[in-house]
Design a protein around this ligand. Structure first.
Ligand code: TPP
Ligand code: MG
Length: 287
């Protein structure tokens, strides 16, 4: 146990998210969760994608990897398999994860790769100035869909549940305390964990505003939801409209992917001795 303070987790980078951006709530919840968990900050690896959310990499003083667009899960998976002593936390945009990176999502979930994925669902492509995202509701107007978005949106929670994810939750940036608790539960969960976060983009999304969510969000734990019941979880995750649930929809532990890999059972791959002799023999076979 180590006492990590919020100050330890800060960096000297000036934060250049728009004033009022929901990303501040995600950063704060993460800092508070890491302080509460009392683990050395070197234990964590934060992997981010490309977008406004990706700047979080600059603002949190842990190990970090600012990847490329849509590839949070491949980097996070590789890092976890190479060094399973790290707690690997992925932060992806909703465009990043559910458009460019969508192919990686069901596979990480079904394999039960032990990474925690936090998605910044602002329902818009923020950094590139407000195009329609795969999570934008039908009819959503933006410069790329001036007459309203035609397709149905992706529902990240349903997708995760259908992919056998072992932990599925939704948070809201307007309730940082609750988001902190969800973040801690995800980090402590053994296996793949999704925390999809309702994040407000005050500059480009004028529909899903702070008020929009405040008027609709309610907590599952206050309505006797049973997070071990998959059927209930699927039903709740399909609720939209006037009532939007947040909290843990589903949690059921099952063996993580690496537990079935004999070469990773003993110790982390990075701690295995490198045997250049064996490598020489192998290389000679190709000469
Ligand atoms: C392969 C690739 N395609 C497109 C881009 C351009 N691009 C940069 S950020 C971004 C959208 C980011 O939106 P989102 O992932 O929702 O993150 P947000 O900015 O909303 O946090 C796009 C399309 C890119 N950098 N790389
Ligand atoms: Mg976005």
């Amino acid at each position: 146990m180590t006492d990590v303070t919020r100050q330890d987790l800060k960096t000297e980078q000036p934060i250049n998210w728009c004033p009022g951006c929901g990303n501040f709530g995600i950063l704060r919840a993460l800092q508070d969760a890491l302080v509460d968990l009392k683990l050395p900050r070197e234990k964590y690896l934060v992997v981010t994608g490309i977008g406004c959310h990706g700047k979080l990499f600059n603002y949190i003083n842990t190990n970090g990897f600012h990847g490329i667009h849509g590839r949070v899960l491949p980097f996070a998976t590789g890092a976890k398999l190479a060094n399973h002593d790290l707690i690997v936390l992925g932060f992806a945009g909703d465009g990043d994860q559910y458009d460019e990176g969508i192919g990686h999502f069901p596979h990480a979930a079904r394999r039960n790769i032990d990474v925690k994925l936090f998605t910044h669902s602002n329902k818009v492509y923020g950094l590139t100035t407000g195009q329609t995202a795969p999570t934008s509701p039908q009819g959503y107007k933006s410069k790329t869909s001036p007459r309203g978005s035609i397709p149905m949106p992706i529902n990240p929670l349903v997708l995760a549940l259908a992919s056998n994810a072992s932990f599925v939750a939704r948070g809201f940036v307007g309730d940082v305390k609750h988001l902190k608790e969800l973040s801690k539960a995800a980090i402590q969960h053994k296996g793949f964990a999704l925390v999809d976060i309702l994040q407000v983009c005050i500059t480009f999304n004028r529909t899903q505003t702070w008020k929009f969510y405040r008027d609709r969000v309610y907590k599952l734990e206050e309505e006797k939801h049973d997070p071990t019941d998959l059927k209930q979880a699927i039903e709740r995750s399909q609720e939209t409209g006037d009532r939007i649930p947040i909290g843990i929809f589903y949690q059921k532990e099952r063996p993580v992917y690496r537990a079935s890999l004999p070469q990773l059972r003993e110790q982390a791959l990075v701690r295995e001795p490198i045997q250049p002799k064996g490598l020489d023999t192998l290389l000679r076979e190709f000469t």
